[in-house]
Design a protein around this ligand. Structure first.
Ligand SMILES: Nc1ncnc2c1ncn2[C@@H]1O[C@H](COP(=O)(O)OP(=O)(O)O)[C@@H](O)[C@H]1O
Ligand SMILES: [Mg+2]
Length: 933
């Protein structure tokens, strides 16, 4: 739509001479494919184009020649070629994708050619891009149409086409189908060995395998829709966790990895989830980066950025600029992500704690994010996700966030009013990025202007409070009064609303026309498919909607005055005709901008009379009942009107660009203010959550212990609430008296796993800056959260449950520090009881002797408690069931208490689950045999 709009402005800004040229050229174009006795063999219909003899190739119609060239140039892409109001697929791409896109594939015939093609109206581009890029995971090259420069005589064709952009899942900018509540990252991953081998032509995988145990990698990721740009140094073992945290839509790798069988990086990337592209290695200087950035790179970034990170950034920028071709990228200055600044949540913890998606159905509903999200803006939601996936380790930053939440908890009305205002705001980050990338329009300016007035209202609300905590936010809320009044003075808002309605109506008309397109239409006469404006009365036909206020500047004022006077001349001429010919003669303009008189009669006497009044007139067409007459007075008036109209369009486009440029001069301040709005959205929404769910403010310190009183699990609690059930809170004081490991035993279904997870979740929520589901929480800062929960077969990578379990356990034992928080749920379950016990014993011993992290370890193997009796740092806790001996029934109380539970009550749970009586009797018999002395 945007592309179309700007093209339309451009189109309209051409003066009438070009219109005349268009008319002639289209006419010529219709005739151009004079190819005799040659059958075009290509695509699905025959041998590929390159097999066509040179002589025959030159005989291809100009449009097909262009398509052929571009399909070869963008060989990995689906080429969508704009022809008039349509995007078309040609040759074998039409054959392949037409059916998938539900488009009719037609065989277009010219005198000798038969070519497959399929197309859709231009305004449906977003819908088809979504299918092609998001669902079918294909790259799309967009070939746009433009008027051939007047001095280009290389072809008779009026239009030429060139690829303006290649669209992949990670290079979306402002497509409607983007998820605005999520970031849209494209990420490059570069390994140390490929940097080492960059100047040699070595086999990358060979170099890697030797060192794969600790292969350093550089990561860089950016979101074109917001301009965010990050980099980080990591290692290949952490890559799965990094990916789970960042969740890029596309991954860019060194092209020497393409076709390589095994490589640690390739093994960490699940191809069923991630779209992978390859690109050549780059080593750009920071100076080269600057061309793609909106501002200088911070010196601290340059200091902290490792060589490998810099490579990753260079590769990413080069890839993106390749895909965007001529567009301006204008990214924000890069941010170095340090592993020390944030809590690392490993991949299995991300999954097991259901941070972004539920474990069972892998959906947002049922996730932690879903349980805590109350944000009302899109950018606020994106920031919330970032903070949840990457909680802070900086106590003062966490307290700053918590202070804000607390302020809003105590100010219900202020909170409600701010949230109400934020709900009406637009996504400044994405609007700004569109403007910076030269894709913005008048509607974007209106969106910003709306935000400026919201900021004003928020400022006046905040000014009324005496809170010191809110002062920094208030001070950073920049008012854009001058910009706001410039936009409101310049833009004609009601005209823009009307314009949008008209555009939608026009889109509907084109859609209706598209179904009526005849099969016999020539593929080379794209002009035929252009929308034809119905032959209305002249005034309706000329009713352009002016989006800039006519009095905005002197030029516009004069042009509008000129139009008014020309319209008066038109009225005068029409009046003369009405008087002389009894309203039989009407001044008209046809779709090709031909100005003529329409006579509702072809009576020769009447025509003669006409000629006597207007001796220079020429009758150029007659039917039984009508005549069309060229009237020089009308032609010159009409052409002058066209010319003035095109000047107004030009001036409007110029004014619009000036306003956009003026806005962009302040883009840094606009961005900073938008960040404050995001902060307000998050603080007020977390305050809402805390108030609604009775969360309390956590205390964070440098200790290595947790004191959580009456802790709850927000997801399980939410689920129980829906069934009108209550959650039983539990305390967790791990690390408080030298007991950094809690060994948890107890029956199935009695709440062990829930307890483990809730304590990890509470740490995450606290460190992201949220209140927590507990009546009291004091938490020593956690550097990494690890979890080994449940069974997760990874059949895609041919790994069994047990193998996955052992790999995850190994990763934890290798990486956890004494500041980490580990939950281990039934480690060793995937093998025989004997082996399982031995493995659990070994792990616990290692955790106790080496890692010394805060650990909650749930097991059915109560023998472990006996084995670690002497360990002061391992304390035993258990869950139990309450058995009613009279009725032989039991209930869970979900209470964690000190001690060891020797009975797992597996058979009772089996009975509740409905196992046949015979099975239970036999099982009981065996149980008694094995337990009796
Ligand atoms: N503290 C609690 N309060 C209320 N219900 C709970 C609690 N803990 C667990 N549950 C319920 O019990 C079910 C099983 O809990 P789970 O933690 O999986 O038990 P275990 O790991 O001991 O087998 C949960 O799905 C939840 O419905
Ligand atoms: Mg369990």
């Amino acid at each position: 739509m945007l592309i179309w709009r700007s093209k339309w402005i451009r189109y309209c800004s051409l003066n009438f001479l070009q219109n005349c040229r268009r008319f002639t050229c289209c006419h010529v174009a219709n005739k151009s494919p004079k190819v005799k006795d040659v059958h075009l063999l290509q695509g699905a219909l025959g041998p590929p184009l390159e097999l066509i003899q040179p002589k025959e190739k030159t005989l291809l119609p100009p449009l097909l020649k262009e398509v052929n060239l571009q399909q070869k140039k963008f060989a990995d892409c689906i080429l969508l070629t704009r022809v008039g109001n349509f995007y078309e697929l040609y040759f074998d791409q039409a054959e392949e994708l037409g059916p998938l896109l539900n488009l009719r594939v037609s065989k277009k015939k010219t005198s000798h050619y038969e070519v497959s093609m399929a197309g859709f109206p231009f305004f449906k581009l977003d819908r088809y891009l979504k299918i092609l890029v998001e669902d079918l995971k294909r790259c799309v090259a967009l070939s746009e149409e433009a008027l051939r420069p007047a001095d280009d005589f290389s072809s008779k064709n009026m239009y030429t086409r060139f690829v303006t952009r290649v669209i992949t899942p990670g290079t979306l900018i402002d497509e409607n189908f983007m998820d605005h509540f999520q970031s849209n990252y494209v990420m490059s991953i570069i390994s140390q060995d490929s940097v080492n081998n960059a100047n040699q032509n070595d086999n990358v995988s060979e170099g890697l395998n030797e060192k794969s145990s600790s292969l350093r990698i550089g990561l860089s990721w950016l979101d074109l829709s917001t301009g965010e740009f990050f980099s980080q140094t990591s290692d290949h073992q952490r890559l799965v966790g990094d990916l789970a945290r960042i969740q890029p839509k596309e991954i860019v790798l060194d092209n020497r990895l393409q076709g390589v069988g095994s490589h640690p990086i390739l093994e960490s990337i699940d191809r069923s989830i991630y779209f992978v592209s390859y690109t050549p290695m780059q080593d750009w200087s920071f100076q080269q980066w600057s061309a793609y950035l909106e501002k200088e790179i911070e010196p601290t970034y340059i200091e902290n950025c490792s060589i490998i990170e810099k490579r990753a950034g260079s590769v990413l920028l080069s890839y993106v600029s390749d895909r965007l071709l001529n567009s301006h990228t204008n990214l924000r200055a890069p941010i170095h992500v340090s592993l020390r600044d944030s809590m690392l949540i490993d991949a299995s913890a991300m999954k097991g704690l259901e941070i972004r998606s539920s474990l069972q159905e892998n959906r947002y509903t049922g996730s932690l994010l879903h349980a805590i999200k109350r944000s009302v803006t899109k950018s606020g939601s994106r920031l919330l996700t970032q903070r949840l996936c990457s909680p802070s380790t900086d106590i003062s930053e966490i307290n700053r966030r918590l202070d804000l939440v607390e302020v809003f908890i105590h100010r219900d009305q202020l909170r409600t009013e701010i949230r109400h205002l934020l709900k009406r705001s637009n996504d400044t980050h994405r609007i700004l990025q569109r403007l910076l990338m030269r894709r913005g329009n008048a509607y974007d300016l209106l969106g910003l202007s709306n935000n400026f007035s919201i900021i004003k209202n928020i400022e006046s609300l905040l000014t009324k409070t005496s809170s010191k905590t809110l002062k920094p936010l208030l001070n950073a809320l920049y008012q854009h009064d001058a910009l706001a009044s410039l936009i409101s003075e310049a833009l004609n808002e009601s005209a823009l609303v009307r314009k949008r309605t008209e555009e939608e109506k026009e889109a509907e008309d084109i859609a209706a026309q598209s179904t009526e397109l005849s099969e016999s239409e020539s593929i080379v006469s794209g002009a035929k498919k252009r929308t034809s404006v119905p032959e209305n009365g002249f005034k309706q036909n000329f009713s352009d909607i002016w989006i800039i206020t006519p009095t905005f500047n002197e030029t516009l004022q004069n042009l509008h005055k000129r139009i008014e006077s020309l319209l008066l001349s038109y009225d005068k001429l029409q009046n003369t005709l009405d008087k002389k010919f009894e309203s039989k003669a009407t001044l008209r303009k046809n779709p090709s901008k031909l100005y003529y008189v329409h006579m509702k009669s072809s009576n020769s006497l009447l025509l003669k009379e006409f000629m006597s009044v207007f001796p220079k007139a020429t009758v150029f067409h007659t039917t039984k009942a009508t005549a069309s007459i060229q009237l020089p007075e009308w032609s010159s008036l009409g052409l002058e009107l066209e010319s003035v109209k095109s000047f107004i369009h030009q001036e409007e486009a110029r004014v619009l660009q000036i306003i956009i440029d003026t806005v962009l001069e302040e883009h840094k301040k606009i961005r900073e203010t938008a960040n404050i709005l995001d902060e307000l959205d998050i603080s007020t929404s977390l305050a809402d959550l805390a108030a609604e769910c009775e969360f309390s403010r956590p205390i964070l310190d440098d200790s290595l212990s947790n004191t959580i009183i009456q802790g709850r699990h927000p997801i399980v609690e939410k689920g129980l609430k829906n069934k009108l059930l209550q959650f039983t809170p539990n305390d967790c004081l791990v690390g408080n008296s030298g007991d950094n490991i809690w060994l948890l035993t107890g029956p199935n279904m009695a709440g062990k796993s829930t307890f483990l997870r809730q304590n990890a979740v509470i740490s995450i929520l606290a460190q992201m800056g949220s209140f927590v589901p507990a009546s009291y929480a004091k938490i020593g800062i956690v550097d990494q959260i690890f979890s080994r929960i449940g069974s997760a077969d990874n059949l895609y990578h041919q790994q069994s449950t047990f193998m996955v379990e052992m790999m995850e356990t190994a990763f934890i034992l290798k990486n956890a520090t004494n500041r980490s928080f580990i939950i281990m749920d039934e480690v060793g379950r995937g093998t025989t009881a004997r082996d399982g016990l031995a493995i659990a014993y070994g792990c616990l011993k290692y955790l106790s002797d080496v890692n010394r992290a805060r650990t909650l370890f749930a097991t059915h193997a109560h023998e472990l408690a006996e084995k670690f009796k002497a360990y002061k740092n391992i304390k035993c806790y258990c869950t139990d069931i309450i058995v009613n001996e009279n009725t032989d029934t039991f209930t869970f109380d979900y209470k964690i208490r000190e001690g060891v539970n020797m009975r797992s009550h597996g058979l009772r749970v089996a009975e509740v689950a409905g196992l046949p009586k015979e099975v239970l009797v036999a099982a009981n018999e065996l149980l008694h045999q094995t337990t009796s002395p």
